[in-house]
Design a protein around this ligand. Structure first.
Ligand code: ZN
Length: 638
């Protein structure tokens, strides 16, 4: 029974106070720190003076709170009381304090720096001043610089996702699906979609080209991010895409000319044109715009110095898009040699988006796709991959585009694995996510490389990406965007970008910090005998498994959550306890499944009583994380 167990003292309090800066206790202090920290950032974003506005403090709280992947414990293993969380928070806050106050200059040390040029610098030091890289080399950090030591990690340039739909948001509300959600006001979507932006940053993507959004929500996100009011990658956006009217009609190039001009006037960086059908579970390759219509849109945009991306699922639309002068072509299969040669000649960038159909296959239940749609999706993937192989071999510039929508955010870089399957080396795949899209965006002089004058968009990965592309995909540990650390998942440090910041939204997510927060709340409820809250923390049909060491003999038992709780409620004489946890490790399996393990110590009236290891399985149900299984091993404290 868990009755004798103790929630932890002070621990949750600390997390709460800092994490939710702006509230009681130490919150004032955290808020203050926050404003200082953020001021530097805002200044860099040319928004000086607005830094102390609302939302900042919350954000710092996030930086700290996120801090908790907290594997670690090695060095701290015995100190159950000085939880890693607190240590992580202190570091994060110190960092923020130190940053703007003492040094706009940062020096980042790393075991290796690699970029798409093939250059590799061991034991590198990257010096960053405000938002830009000043130098890269092996000279010692300049005096007075804030040193960020990334240890064994490899630093690569921030990634560019050349095709997203950042504003496509789904909150997973029960009974709903990503498609066909009730229409929301654009302002609401803007706030909600901040979650997509943060998940994208956590993959190391620091810039996106967003290709299609309603209600100008993409303009809003782009501008808020540039202002430092929303955490997210730099966005270049297209607004609403141009597409053929429902029901067709006679070709009308003039209409596309006007629409392209209207998008640019409204604020689009790029013009997005849908040249064919095909989306979600449909792999319909039917071309919907004529060559003349595509060309009218392209010419109108180019006349105003804006580039054009054309969507085409089938080969005829790709061919016409290339001939019409599209700057990039999205999707596509069965590309013929002539089209490929034309792409090479013109320098057209191809964004094949192979992985997005993999996502649709895996997310078929979420979307409610009919079973018969799956094998066409799989067939499309194969053809998409085959054309990528041929195009790459022929010298077509290929860029990484996820086509991420809804629950795909956080998987933005998985396209790179397909590119390696298509014949790229990992370094060439890195180029598809850095130098190639940077040039496509006209940003080859400030994005996509680690060199003086470039934006300080840096990603630290655990491993050598030249040997294994998966290092770029699933080993991202730290991200800097324009000189600010936006993700820190180094062991014993902070975690992702956090949630519910400036928006104050309380949006749940799959970040390690969220998982830990759920578990800590549960332990506090337990220690305070708030049984109804404990019941609400558990998933239906939860299970509790206990291995208890009673004087050298193990007693093992298991109960359903209901049985366990009923026994707790029957206790006539409950006493409050605290159960601090330490050496916390969170594993996020997916957006619906996560695990947490931790050492615990049960303390009552200040006296340690028992200790052991907690293991929690958490599932996400109805938008909230619930504890589906608790397994713990309890031993007396000797
Ligand atoms: Zn798309």
């Amino acid at each position: 029974m868990r009755m004798g167990r103790v929630g932890r003292v002070g621990r949750a309090g600390q997390v709460g106070q800092v994490g939710q800066a702006g509230q009681a206790g130490q919150a004032g202090q955290a808020g203050h720190v926050g404003r200082v920290g953020q001021a530097g950032r805002a200044g860099r974003a040319s928004q000086a003076g607005q830094a102390s506005r609302a939302g900042r403090a919350g954000r710092v709280g996030q930086v700290g709170r996120v801090g908790q992947e907290a594997r670690g414990g090695q060095a701290w293993g015995d100190r159950a009381w000085s939880s890693r969380v607190r240590v992580g928070l202190s570091c994060a806050l110190l960092l923020l304090l130190a940053g703007p106050a003492s040094a706009a200059t940062k020096a980042i040390r790393a075991a290796l720096v690699v970029d798409a040029s093939g250059r590799a610098i061991p034991n590198a030091v990257i010096v960053v001043d405000k938002d830009r890289i000043v130098s890269v080399g092996t000279s010692p950090p300049p005096a007075g610089a804030e040193v960020i030591d990334l240890g064994r990690f490899t630093v690569v340039p921030g990634f560019i996702d050349a095709h997203t739909h950042m504003t496509y948001y789904w909150d997973r509300a029960p009974g709903t699906r990503p498609l066909g959600q009730p229409r929301r006001p654009g302002g609401v979507t803007t706030v909600l979609a901040a979650e997509n932006a943060r998940l994208t940053l956590e993959t190391g993507v620091t810039t996106v080209r967003d290709l299609g959004a309603s209600n100008e929500v993409d303009y809003a996100m782009r501008d808020l991010i540039n202002m430092g009011k929303m955490i997210g990658p730099r966005m270049l956006v297209a607004g609403q895409g141009l597409s053929a009217p429902r029901g067709g009609g006679a070709p009308n190039p003039q209409s596309y000319r006007e629409q392209a001009e209207a998008r640019i006037a409204a604020g689009s960086d790029w013009v997005k044109v849908y040249g064919s059908r095909g989306s979600y579970q449909s792999v319909d390759t039917t071309q919907t715009l004529t060559f003349d219509e595509m060309k009218a849109a392209v010419d109108a945009a180019h006349a105003k110095n804006h580039p054009v991306a054309i969507h085409s699922y089938g080969p005829s639309g790709v061919k016409d898009a290339v001939r019409a002068g599209a700057d990039s072509v999205e999707h596509g299969i069965d590309l013929d040699d002539e089209t490929i040669a034309e792409m090479v000649k013109r320098g057209t960038v191809w964004v094949p988006t192979i992985d997005h159909n993999r996502y649709y296959v895996e997310a078929k239940d979420e979307f409610g796709f009919a079973p018969e749609t799956i094998s066409p999706l799989q067939a499309y993937i194969e053809k998409n991959l085959e054309s990528t192989r041929r195009a790459f071999k022929a010298g077509v510039k290929i860029a990484m585009g996820s086509d991420a929508v809804y629950t795909m955010f956080g998987q933005n870089t998985r396209e790179l694995a397909w590119f390696v399957k298509a014949g790229m080396t990992p370094a060439q795949a890195l180029a598809s996510a850095t130098t190639i899209p940077a040039a496509m965006l006209g940003r080859e002089r400030d994005l996509g490389a680690i060199a003086p004058g470039y934006f300080a968009d840096l990603v630290a990965v655990d491993g050598d990406p030249r040997a294994d592309v998966d290092v770029l995909i699933s080993k991202v540990r730290w991200v800097m965007k324009a000189g600010d650390v936006v993700v820190d998942r180094r062991p014993g440090r902070s975690g992702g970008t956090g949630r519910s910041d400036a928006a104050g939204g309380g949006v749940d997510d799959g970040a390690p910090a969220t998982i830990q927060r759920v578990v800590e709340a549960f332990l506090l409820h337990l220690g305070d005998h708030e049984w109804d809250k404990v019941a609400a923390d558990l998933a239906p049909k939860a299970i509790v498994i206990i291995a208890r060491d009673r004087g050298g003999e193990w007693t093992n038992s298991y109960q359903t959550g209901d049985e366990w709780l009923a026994a707790l409620r029957r206790n006539p004489n409950p006493t409050t306890f605290r159960e601090p946890i330490s050496n916390v490790a969170v594993t996020i399996d997916s957006d619906r499944l996560a695990y947490l393990r931790a050492d615990f110590q049960v303390v009552r009236d200040g006296q340690p009583q028992s200790k052991g290891v907690d293991q929690f399985t958490l599932v996400r149900e109805g938008g909230a994380w619930k504890i589906a299984a608790v397994a713990y091993t309890s031993m007396p404290v000797r």
